[in-house]
Design a protein around this ligand. Structure first.
Ligand code: BGC
Length: 381
């Protein structure tokens, strides 16, 4: 892979071995993830940080929320930077995180008024975004302490994260047993496998909420990043950012990312959908639909550093959120303040509010079934 090749070149130039630069010994497989204490919650629960490294990618993951606290990849000259927004302290994650790096569940994005009906029974969810339920409610998967198990598998390293969400948690029916596996491959790809089972019919839509800035977190805005999304349609929303149910064509609109386009090019277009959301905050209907295996759906590129991120998924949707609600009140890992558009999210998912939208792909999970989705992030430069 391109990244590994560059790592070898950078290592050779510096007179050290590629394995030392990449932090792995490929012949013997990756190194086991290292655990350290990150902090304690108010009730004394310990939160750990896990360091992983493989194929030139380094990441730190917290047991709290499965949060990717940092993710470092090299630029075209082999220089690493943390490309994911986050905090230094646990207290900041608890008090004021807009889901930086977190696992999202039970339901990614919004459910209208936090209500839905399943098999004739009405359910009222925790409402935490105006009148709607966002990202699983007031205490979603991003605010749970996960059980974490490290593993090495051949050349790969990773973590298995477990959370059992009790029946009725945040209003959702059924005991949901979720396992999320983070794998760093020998090529430096970050793969996420989500799995869940339930003992009662429920709805589920898990995703990851990393805010990317491929020039490095805290380095400024992402308007120069070029984005490609393989989608001819998107789901327009109402004033509360709930999909209207329409699948609108992107052609001739600022939502057309079928060819690489700088994010800033159209972000100030006087399009009603952009005005409502204060930028991009929409679900793209991926042309490939639901697939058995992850397929490439989006590419993000920072021309200044040369870093690229390619995303493959088997999910039918992608939420592109351009960091519109970052407002200069949060100070990130590097000690710099995050302002509007300083990071962007690319959340692979089923569509928002699917439980209330019969024409959208179903998010219902029944006893005996296993929810399984996969997203792969591949880095290059
Ligand atoms: C949503 C935004 C929301 C953000 C939370 C995104 O996934 O689409 O509307 O504000 O998460 O920070």
């Amino acid at each position: 892979m391109e990244l590994s090749r560059r790592t070898v070149i950078a290592g050779a130039a510096a007179g050290v071995t590629a394995a030392a630069v990449a932090g792995t010994a490929h012949a013997t497989g990756g190194r086991k993830p290292v655990k350290t204490l990150f902090g304690k919650l108010a009730d004394g629960t310990k939160v750990h940080s896990w360091s992983l490294e493989n194929g030139g990618t380094r990441m730190r993951v917290l047991s709290y929320g499965g949060i990717v606290q940092s993710l470092e990849v090299p630029d075209r000259r082999g220089r690493h930077a943390n490309v994911s927004l986050g905090f230094d302290d646990l207290a900041d994650y608890v008090a004021s995180s807009p889901y930086f790096g977190a696992l999202i569940g039970r339901y990614g994005n919004r459910i209208d008024k936090g209500r839905f009906t399943l098999d004739g029974t009405d359910h009222q969810l925790s409402v935490n975004d105006g009148e709607n339920s966002l990202h699983g409610g007031a205490r979603g998967f991003d605010k749970r302490v996960w059980d974490v198990e490290p593993f090495t598998a051949g050349p790969d390293v990773g973590l298995r994260l477990y959370h059992t969400s009790v029946d009725g948690e945040m209003g959702y029916p059924g005991t949901l047993r979720a396992t999320v596996t983070y794998t760093l491959t020998r090529d430096g790809d970050w793969r996420i496998d989500y799995e869940a089972t339930t003992d009662r019919a429920t709805v589920v839509n898990l995703t990851s909420h990393v805010y990317w800035n491929l020039a490095g977190e805290g380095s400024g805005g992402i308007e120069d990043h070029e984005l490609t999304i393989a989608a001819s349609r998107y789901t327009p929303t109402d004033a509360g950012l709930i999909p209207t149910g329409e699948l609108a064509p992107v052609a001739g609109t600022p939502f057309d990312f079928r060819r690489a386009k700088p994010i800033g090019r159209d972000i100030r277009a006087a399009h009603p959908q952009l005005i409502t959301a204060q930028g991009f905050d929409h679900n793209w209907v991926l042309d490939k639909g639901i697939t058995d295996r992850p397929e490439h759906v989006a590419t993000l590129r920072d021309p200044s550093s040369g870093r690229t991120l390619r995303i493959a998924t088997n999910e039918p949707g992608l939420q592109f959120y351009s960091g519109n609600f970052l407002d200069g009140t949060l100070t990130g890992t590097g000690g710099r303040v995050y302002r509007q558009g300083d990071g962007l999210c690319l959340e692979t998912q089923h569509f928002p509010d699917s439980p209330n939208q019969p024409s959208f792909p179903s998010t219902v999970l029944r006893p005996g079934e296993t929810y399984r989705t996969t997203t792969v992030h591949s880095f290059g430069s």
